[in-house]
Design a protein around this ligand. Sequence first.
Ligand SMILES: Nc1nc2c(ncn2[C@@H]2O[C@H](COP(=O)(O)OP(=O)(O)O)[C@@H](O)[C@H]2O)c(=O)[nH]1
Ligand SMILES: Nc1ncnc2c1ncn2[C@@H]1O[C@H](COP(=O)(O)OP(=O)(O)O)[C@@H](O)[C@H]1O
Length: 210
Amino acid sequence: MYVRFISRFFSAMAGPRPVVMSGPSGAGKSTLLKKLLTEFEGVFGFSVSHTTRSPRPGEEEGKDYHYVSREVMKAAIANGEFIENAEFSGNMYGTSKAAVQAVQAKNLICILDIDMQGVKNIKRTDLNPIYVSIQPPSMEILEKRLRDRKTESEESLQKRLHAAKVDMEISKEPGLFDVVITNDDLDVAYGKLKHAVLEEIQKVRDAHKS
Ligand SMILES: Nc1nc2c(ncn2[C@@H]2O[C@H](COP(=O)(O)OP(=O)(O)O)[C@@H](O)[C@H]2O)c(=O)[nH]1
Ligand SMILES: Nc1ncnc2c1ncn2[C@@H]1O[C@H](COP(=O)(O)OP(=O)(O)O)[C@@H](O)[C@H]1O
């Protein structure tokens, strides 16, 4: 307990708290975090995860994800290179230590876009992030947004919708998230996200001034 307290204290001293964004696939996490990264360039840095899924059109290696084979990913996990990893919709995803360190070394607010298993695993670490859940207004709207995005096969879409139902239930668990944001109107949701991370933004700005 004491050791945990001390390490949290020092990690807080070391820089701003990371931000974990979670929520169903299609809820709008990438859309919201891209807005944040654009408006606050030089304040936030994205933790680039590893995944075994294929890149979507427009996605870039090293920017959106590190795209790797299952063999490479398993070997890296066995080698202790990951803070957390999970299986989602038939693919592996994981946050490497290097991904978070790369952002924290620049004293930026590290944003992690991870699923519910990731949230639960990060809770067992000393990362001490702000936990934000992004939720869709309804299952119907989520399905429409996912279909309109045109990135998923029918099979992948069904897996995501199934996982979404579970996610929407679990996210109601008291104390799991610091903030739960319903992404109905994008600008309203973005305003709420900014409000949730305002204190950390200020810390980075103050650090840059001094
Ligand atoms: N646990 C964990 N989940 C991740 C990681 N990277 C992405 N995810 C989650 O994996 C899920 C699928 O991501 P993706 O294939 O990009 O689809 P999208 O969320 O529909 O854009 C989402 O819930 C992400 O939050 C990671 O490093 N760890
Ligand atoms: N508030 C919103 N209103 C309407 N469409 C939205 C909204 N937020 C996101 N979208 C759209 O919904 C789709 C899913 O959003 P995305 O950011 O890819 O979700 P996630 O990263 O959570 O999987 C995208 O096509 C995006 O443009």
